[in-house]
Design a protein around this ligand. Sequence first.
Ligand code: HEC
Length: 193
Amino acid sequence: MRTISILVLGTALAVGPASARQQSDDVPPEVVASRHAAQTFGSMLKDTLQQAIQSGGPVNGIAVCREKAAQIATDLGQKQEMLIGRTSLKLRNPDNAPDNWELAVLKQFEARKAQGDPVDKLEFFAVIEDDQGKKTFRYMKAIPTAGLCLSCHGENIDPAVDAKLKELYPNDKARGFKEGELRGAFTIDKPLP
Ligand code: HEC
């Protein structure tokens, strides 16, 4: 179990969510690397999904979100010595469930969105120290629901896709999203020396 004490990085936690959105100048190198990794992961996923759907329809795309996503995340993470994943308040795969820290950040993102912050700008980071004094840099970046996502996460899902999703994910909660809603977040852990 993590979440013991939180050391402040930048102004993220010191002054709370209202100013966390202005974490742009003078950020630590971990933040720059995380932003880059989240952006790369996101665009690689979108490209891979788009190609799979174009060549074999949305049922074909399921394998991308199911297997390729994790593979891309592992490859990217190894290069940067980071653990990269995806999580959400409404899960399709329970293996992607948020831990306590991630849950709090996802709720913070929903609250900031409700206050009018643009979803594609939502990010948060901190350094977490466990009871052995081991420090981990943690970063999250919101994932907006794009039009491309609706065929598998939207309200009207094609019967063939619906059937496949039900077979693979009997407890699927990741449906009924509208474009622009918060689908979830990229989440990054980097152990610090
Ligand atoms: C072709 C179907 C399909 C499309 C299109 C799709 N997804 Fe998914 N998505 C899935 C599947 C299947 C999973 C479960 C992956 C797994 O088993 O880890 C998933 C999981 C996720 C997760 C991880 C959290 C969870 O619920 O398990 C996120 C975040 C996510 N998708 C976001 C998106 C976004 C954003 C888009 C659009 C850019 C998108 N997806 C498009 C099928 C799809």
